[in-house]
Design a protein around this ligand. Structure first.
Ligand code: ARG
Length: 579
C-alpha cells in the first residue's frame, strides 16, 4: 500500500529523476538528521562520484534543476552540503495523514504486502508437565507479537505451539506418579506437584539403577502405546494445556495448532531413512545414525541413538517436513531462546541438504536472551528465584492496581480493576518487547510500571489522556472518530512533529516484520507518546482560542489515540480509556 510517507518518497524520487542528472540506481532517500529542517534527503555522493563533481556542487545542480508539480506533497528543495533536501507541503501532508488514519481506523498501518504469503510461527512451545515460567513467556509474547505484525501486513500466519510432550522425562514422570499416586490439586497446583514428584524421583534414582530402569520401561511403554502410560501422559497434557490457557487468555495469545513433538514421532523412521539415503547421515558401528559435518566446523549430531530412540532433532526434522507439505509456507519462524542456536543451525542445514526446504523458503530462528532478577541473577529453578507466569501476572496486576489507586482514586471499582489488568499485563509484555529480543532482560517492577519513561503504563497513560481530551469536547460516547478539520491551520512545529510521527507507523510495521523486531514498534509507540506530550505542552487543545485550531488539534489528538492503539495492539497491549 502507498501511504503518505511512501508517496512523499516516490514524489521526491520522481522529482530527482526528472532532472535527468541522477540515474535511478544512485537515488537513495534518507531521513534527514533531527536538527535539519527537511523531510527527505538524497545524499549526492554516489551520483557525484560518477560524474566526478564535488558532492556539494552536484547537490546544488540537482536542487536547481528540480521542478515540483503543483499538487505535490513536496514544497521546497534546497542543497545543504552534499545533500539535496526536500520539505513537505505542510497542509497537504497533514491532511493526507489525517485522512489515512480516519479512513483506515483500526487498520491504519496495515498493509497488503503479505497477500498470498504464508508464514508458520513456532512460539510459546511449552513443555508438558512443567509450570510455565518466565522463560516461556518470552517466546509466547514475542511470538504472538510477530504473528500480530505479520497478520497486519496481510500475511497468512499459522501459529503453532510446538509442545514439548515427548521424551525420556515422561517415563520418569509416569514412574513417579505410579509410585506416589496422582496429585490431588487442580491446574497449576497439580503441575507443581508433578514437578516435585519428578524432582524427588530423579534425585532418588541417581544411585538407584532399578528406578532408572523403571522410568525407561515406562518411556518405552508410552512409545508402544501402552494404555496406562498413554492415559497418564494424556492426563498431563490436558492438565498443562488447561492450566496454561488462563495465562494465554490474559495475554491475548492464540494458536492455530498445538502439535507437540509426539505428533511427529511416527515420521521419525521416514526422516532417518531419507537422511541416510541423502548421504548426509550415516550409521556408525554402534548402530546410531549420525549426521555428517554439514558445514565447516558444524558439530555432527544424532538422529537416532544406538538403542533406536529418536532425538529432538529427529522430531524437528519430521516437523519441518510436515509443515512444508501441510501448510506450504514461504517462511517458518522459530521463536526460541538463544541457547538453542546450534540446534536450529543444524536443523536448518540438514533440512536444506536433504531437500525438505527449497532455497526460496526462509527459515529463521528468532532468538531471545535470558531474564534476570533485580539483583542481576538469572532466574532459575535451581537458584530458587524462578518466577512462574501466573504468579508474575498476578503480581503485575496487584502492583498496577496500587499505581491506579494512587493516581486515579476516583475511578469506579470495576474500571480500576480493568485498568490494573491492562496496565499490569501491558507492563510485563512491554518489558519483553521494547528492546532487541536477543538482549537479556531484567524484571524491574519500578521501571516496568513507571508512569514516566519507556514503559507501557507511560504510553497507555498518553493514550488515555488523548481520549479524555476528545471526550471533553465531543462528549462521553465519543469513539475513535476523528473530526473533519482544516489542516492548514496546524502550523506549530510540535503539531508537525506529531503528524510526522503518525506518518511513520506503516513503515515501522514493515521494518519490524523485516527485522523480526518488535522493539521497532515499541520504540515508535514510546516516541509517539513523547511527541504527543510535547504537543500537548505547547499547543492547548480544549482551550485553543480559535475554533478551527481547536478542531484541527482535536483531530490530531484523536488520530494519535488511534495510531497508538494500533501500535500497542501489535504488541498485544490493551489500552485503557481512562487512567
Ligand atoms: N519445547 C522446547 C523448549 O522448551 C522449545 C521448542 C521450540 N520449537 C521447536 N520446533 N523446536 O525448549
Amino acid at each position: 500500500m502507498e501511504y503518505t510517507l511512501d508517496r512523499l518518497h516516490r514524489q521526491a524520487r520522481e522529482a530527482i529523476l526528472g532532472t535527468a542528472l541522477v540515474g535511478a540506481e544512485h537515488i537513495e532517500l534518507v531521513a534527514p538528521k533531527p536538527n535539519i529542517p527537511a523531510d527527505v534527503a538524497m545524499p549526492a555522493f554516489k551520483a557525484a562520484r560518477d560524474k566526478q563533481i564535488p558532492p556539494p556542487q552536484f547537490a546544488q545542480q540537482v536542487a536547481a534543476a528540480v521542478t515540483i508539480p503543483a499538487d505535490s506533497l513536496l514544497s521546497d528543495v534546497v542543497a545543504a552540503g552534499p545533500f539535496v533536501n526536500f520539505s513537505i507541503e505542510k497542509s497537504r501532508y497533514i491532511a493526507s495523514v489525517l485522512a489515512e488514519v480516519t479512513k483506515l481506523g483500526n487498520r491504519y498501518g496495515s498493509d497488503d504486502l503479505g497477500t498470498n504469503k504464508r508464514i508458520v510461527i513456532d512460539y510459546s512451545s511449552v513443555n508438558i508437565a512443567k509450570l510455565m515460567h518466565v522463560g516461556h513467556i518470552r517466546s509466547t509474547i514475542i511470538g504472538q507479537s510477530l504473528a500480530n505484525i505479520y497478520r497486519f501486513l496481510g500475511y497468512t500466519v499459522i501459529g503453532d505451539n510446538h509442545l514439548g510432550d515427548y521424551g525420556k522425562q515422561f517415563g520418569m514422570n509416569i514412574a513417579a506418579i505410579v509410585r506416589s499416586g496422582k496429585p490431588e490439586g487442580q491446574d497449576e497446583e497439580a503441575l507443581a506437584q508433578i514437578d516435585k514428584l519428578y524432582a524427588a524421583y530423579s534425585k532418588e534414582a541417581k544411585d538407584n539403577e532399578a528406578m532408572h530402569d523403571e522410568a525407561r520401561a515406562w518411556s518405552l511403554k508410552l512409545e508402544q502405546g501402552d494404555a496406562t502410560a498413554v492415559e497418564l501422559w494424556q492426563w498431563m497434557v490436558n492438565l498443562t494445556l488447561t492450566a496454561i490457557q488462563t495465562n494465554y487468555d490474559r495475554l491475548g495469545v492464540t494458536f492455530d495448532h498445538a502439535l507437540g513433538e509426539s505428533f511427529y514421532a511416527p515420521l521419525n523412521e521416514g526422516v532417518i531413512e531419507e537422511c541416510l539415503a541423502s548421504g548426509f547421515a550415516h550409521r556408525d558401528e554402534a548402530g546410531a545414525v549420525v549426521v555428517n559435518e554439514l558445514e565447516d566446523g558444524m558439530p555432527t549430531f544424532l538422529l537416532q541413538r544406538s538403542d533406536t530412540g529418536s532425538l529432538y532433532h529427529t522430531r524437528d526434522m519430521g516437523c519441518i517436513k510436515y509443515r512444508m507439505s501441510e501448510f506450504q509456507p514461504d517462511q517458518i519462524i522459530y521463536v526460541v531462546g538463544t541457547p538453542q542456536e546450534l540446534h536450529f543451525r543444524q536443523l536448518f542445514a540438514l533440512a536444506r541438504k536433504v531437500g525438505y526446504v527449497p532455497d526460496g523458503i526462509e527459515l529463521e530462528h528468532v532468538k531471545f536472551g535470558t531474564i534476570f532478577d533485580q539483583s542481576g541473577k538469572p532466574l532459575s529453578t535451581r537458584a530458587g528465584n524462578m518466577v512462574y507466569l501466573t504468579e508474575l501476572l498476578d503480581d503485575a496486576h496487584t502492583r498496577a492496581r496500587a499505581v491506579v489507586d494512587a493516581s486515579s482514586p476516583d475511578l469506579p471499582e470495576h474500571v480500576k480493576a480493568d485498568v490494573a489488568e491492562k496496565v499490569g499485563i501491558g507492563a510485563v509484555m512491554y518489558n519483553d518487547l521494547y528492546q532487541d529480543s536477543r538482549r537479556n532482560i531484567t524484571l524491574d517492577w519500578d521501571r516496568m510500571l513507571a508512569i514516566e519513561g519507556n514503559s507501557a503504563p507511560y504510553i497507555q497513560y498518553m493514550y488515555a489522556r488523548c481520549r479524555s481530551i476528545v471526550r471533553r469536547v465531543l462528549g462521553d460516547s465519543a469513539d475513535l472518530r476523528i473530526p473533519a478539520c482544516d489542516a492548514s491551520v496546524l502550523t506549530h512545529p510540535s503539531e508537525l512533529d506529531l503528524v510526522r510521527q503518525l506518518a511513520k507507523l506503516p513503515g515501522i510495521v514493515r521494518e519490524a516484520a523485516q527485522r523480526y523486531a518488535t522493539f521497532v514498534v515499541a520504540e515508535w509507540c514510546y516516541d509517539t507518546a513523547r511527541t504527543f506530550s510535547a504537543f500537548y505542552r505547547d499547543c492547548p487543545v480544549v482551550k485553543a482560542d480559535d475554533e478551527a485550531i481547536r478542531t484541527a488539534r482535536l483531530a490530531l489528538t484523536a488520530a494519535t489515540a488511534q495510531a497508538l492503539k494500533n501500535g500497542l495492539g501489535l504488541l498485544g497491549i490493551h489500552v485503557p480509556e481512562r487512567m
